[in-house]
Design a protein around this ligand. Structure first.
Ligand SMILES: Cc1ncc(COP(=O)(O)O)c(C=O)c1O
Length: 406
């Protein structure tokens, strides 16, 4: 029996899990308590480097802050990528505090309030406009402030990113402007209070098919080329979205970066004349950060019921909702999970649960683990994206998890 864990993690001679060269127990001690999320900065940098090496030269890389907004991690990422994508005025402030130039920040989201539009305009960030009404409001606010609003159009494409964990295209949607309505909104961007920055399409998330991703990119470039005819200027930047997935479950295969890079280079090389002067960007969250994070929690009880053995931990869905299968998945499957304190010769089938009194709080269902007891640390991998801030922390009043960037 071998552990199922992502590349970059190993065990020492005593069988203890090593994260960034130190034991999980050492990181828990440094954090002062469990549960704790540990993010490995070297793994984050390696991820960005691998992507850049495979992608066409000149393709920009943007980090979607929503995947993991820990301030230290965002500051680390800001030094590695070309832009940050934010989804609220709060994330905008975070991105600015991380040292990212305002001109390299874009703000998407279907419900931006006036004060959020104003904050983006005053900072000089690009607003990904999601409706004709939003463009109108941005124009009024810009006029009042005497400052042009930097605007890009987010398009709801008529195609979907096939096989995505989350589809955001090919149907009625609150996100972006339907392609059929886009010409009119683009023409309005010629107004005096707008500085047209380009186009944005985000068609889906958590996709593990290179073919589907490339097909969506091909359709995106064709659609953008067609719509660009209605824009006030050639689009300075085309944000292609992303949707690159990561292998959470047994049988999932990591994306082939070389294949994606080659395919994208072919698409961009063949782009129409109307996009010759445009720059292109990928906008990725999960793919950049998920595998660099581990969630550590401690076993506080062990018991049997109905012939099943349970390890009860101080962690749970209030910190790591996704690992319990309650964040956007239809069928619950186990995230990679190991005993971080030992790698015994004896293995058993155990269920690992959190400390919340709801049957939803199941971190590992009948999983093969080294013999485990009270006091051992459990490590759940793939915890770098949509963990702490995508979980209902206030539910049942347990303490917040700690976070370390190491
Ligand atoms: C507009 C936009 N950009 C980026 C992302 C990040 O997606 P992912 O973390 O799957 O890369 C999302 C996810 O919902 C999104 O809606």
């Amino acid at each position: 029996m071998t552990d199922r864990m992502p590349a970059g993690f190993s065990r020492d001679q005593e069988g203890r899990l090593l994260i960034a060269g130190r034991t999980a127990e050492a990181w828990a001690a440094q954090a002062g308590d469990t549960p704790v999320f540990v993010y490995d900065r070297a793994l984050l940098a390696a991820r960005v480097a691998a992507l850049r090496a495979a992608m066409p030269a000149g393709l920009q890389l943007h980090y979607a802050v929503k995947a993991n907004p820990m301030p230290a991690l965002v500051a680390h990422m800001a030094g590695l990528v070309d832009g940050l994508d934010v989804a609220s005025a709060g994330e905008l402030e975070l991105a600015l505090n991380a040292g990212m130039a305002a001109g390299a920040i874009s703000f998407a989201g279907p419900g931006k309030r006036d004060r959020e539009l104003e904050a983006a305009i005053l900072a000089g960030a690009t607003i990904n406009i999601e409706s004709a009404g939003e463009l109108h409001r941005a124009g009024v606010i810009a006029g009042r402030a005497g400052r042009q609003a930097r605007v890009a159009l987010r398009i709801n494409p008529p195609f979907a990113l096939k096989g995505s964990g989350m589809r955001m295209g090919g149907a009625a949607s609150p996100f972006g402007v339907d392609a059929a309505q886009a010409p009119e909104v683009l023409r309005a961007m010629a107004g005096r209070w707008f500085d047209f920055r380009g186009l944005h399409i985000f068609a889906g998330s958590q996709n593990l098919s290179e073919t589907a991703l490339l097909e969506a990119q091909r359709e995106t470039v064709a659609l953008v080329a067609e719509l660009a005819r209605h824009a006030p200027a050639p689009p300075p930047l085309v944000n292609l979205g992303g949707g690159f997935g990561v292998p959470y479950f047994p049988g999932d295969k990591a994306l082939d970066l070389a294949m994606l890079g080659k395919g994208l280079a072919d698409i961009l090389d063949a782009r129409p004349a109307s996009l010759q002067a445009s720059r292109f960007a990928l906008e990725l969250g999960r793919w950049l950060v998920a595998e660099a994070g581990v969630y550590l929690c401690r076993i506080i009880d062990r018991k049997t019921s109905g012939g099943e053995s349970f390890l009860i931990t101080d962690g749970g869905l209030h910190h790591q909702l996704a690992a319990t299968g309650n964040f956007g998945t239809v069928i619950r499957r186990n995230y990679p999970l190991v005993n971080a304190s030992r790698n015994g010769a004896e293995w058993e089938i155990l269920s690992v649960v959190g400390c919340l009194c709801t049957p939803l709080d199941r971190l590992g269902d009948k999983i093969e683990l080294a013999q485990s007891g009270v006091g051992d640390l459990i490590a759940i991998f793939m915890a770098g994206a949509y963990g702490r801030t995508a979980s209902p922390q206030a539910f049942l009043g347990h303490p917040a998890p700690r976070e370390l960037l190491v």
